[in-house]
Write a protein that binds this ligand. Structure first.
Ligand code: SF4
Ligand code: SF4
Ligand code: SF4
Length: 322
């Protein structure tokens, strides 16, 4: 019996779905084992078709993107009801992703930027008809409905998707769900799917010397030494705070990791962890100078994780108490 799967797109750039299509001929290994029962963005299904399915009809519901609008939240809840297992597919779906950074601004400011003041807008207006209302904050999908498994990455790598789908096909969905319920997600990733439970730095082959920094560089400044740790060269590389699994893709290509796989195992808050790792090697930099060298603190430390981060929540909760 083929596995019945559905793909749902919430607020997203479609890059995660694109990475499915990018499997090219590797798709031929898995497609015969899948029955796609909903994929509005690719096949001509409508949301009413998803709503009309019996509850629990779908084996795995893959969710791309975050819940930005009330309509997103509704579709997420419908998919949960219709699916035996739900997979948060991609960093936006796991943590809010780059969209989560909008939590730093009011909805009014976001609308104004998008529809009126962005450089690409000509004679803009803020739409008011036939558009769903925005949620006041982006709340990660797994805090809206139970999520069985997270596939990290912006977008997830083809090999990772194949490994997860291959693992479900090999062991059976029932077994995989039982493993998740009994042992948790980390166990499934490491013991069943064979992924490292480590940080990016643990896997990175660049050399480290415990250097103290006197300057922080932007990515475009200078040409990094191809052998040495990027962080020790002054580039903020999120490797110490980020989960391994992508193959240290960015540092291997000469650019710092920006953290799309989310917090490393046993790290609750990716940005705070990175700031504390930096603090130990930046003691010689004056805090004011540091601020000038890192002008976009949120974008640097919380590019993908702000919607799940602790600090903004504490501020929000405090402001609601007043
Ligand atoms: S995780 Fe990245 S690729 Fe996927 S939808 Fe979000 S921004 Fe796009
Ligand atoms: S900080 Fe970045 S470059 Fe340095 S070891 Fe870690 S992953 Fe590699
Ligand atoms: S190196 Fe970092 S930013 Fe690059 S793909 Fe891996 S986790 Fe994402």
């Amino acid at each position: 019996m083929p596995l019945k799967v559905a793909f749902l797109q919430l607020a997203s750039c479609w890059g995660c779905h694109q990475s499915l299509v990018d499997m090219h001929e590797k798709l031929l290994d898995v497609v015969p084992h899948l029955e796609i029962v909903h994929w509005a963005a690719v096949v001509d299904y409508k949301y009413k078709d998803l709503e009309a399915l019996p509850d629990g009809e779908i084996d795995i519901g893959f969710v791309e993107g975050c819940s930005r609008t009330e309509e997103d939240v509704h579709h997420l809840k419908v998919l949960r009801k219709k699916s035996k297992a739900v997979i948060a597919f991609g960093t936006c779906s796991c943590f809010g992703g780059v969209y989560g950074m909008a939590n730093s601004y009011s909805i009014e400011a976001c609308k104004e930027r998008k529809f009126l003041t962005a450089d690409t807008v000509v004679e803009g207006t803020i739409p008011t008809h036939d558009v769903p209302d925005f949620e006041p904050f982006i709340i990660p999908n797994d805090e809206i409905v139970p999520v069985d498994l997270h596939i990290w990455g912006c977008p997830p790598e083809t090999e990772v998707i194949l490994k997860v789908v291959g693992g479900v096909l090999e062991h059976g969905l029932g077994t995989v769900v039982s493993i998740l319920q009994e042992h948790g997600e980390e166990y499934l990733w490491s013991e069943v799917l064979g992924f490292p439970v480590k940080t990016q730095c643990d896997e990175c082959e660049r050399t480290r010397e415990e250097k103290k920094l006197t300057v922080i560089k932007r990515d475009f400044e200078g040409i990094p030494d191809p052998e040495k740790c990027l962080l020790e060269q002054g580039y903020i590389c999120m490797g110490p705070a980020t989960r391994a699994g992508c193959g240290v893709r960015c540092p291997n290509a000469g650019v710092p990791c920006t953290g799309c796989w989310g917090p490393a195992p046993n790290v609750r808050d990716q940005g705070s962890k990175m700031m504390s790792a930096l603090a130990s090697i930046c003691k010689d930099i004056d805090p004011e100078d540091f601020r000038k060298m890192v002008p976009d603190t949120v974008g640097t430390f919380y590019k993908f994780f702000l919607a799940k981060a602790l600090l903004p929540r504490m501020v929000k909760e405090k402001s609601m108490e007043v």
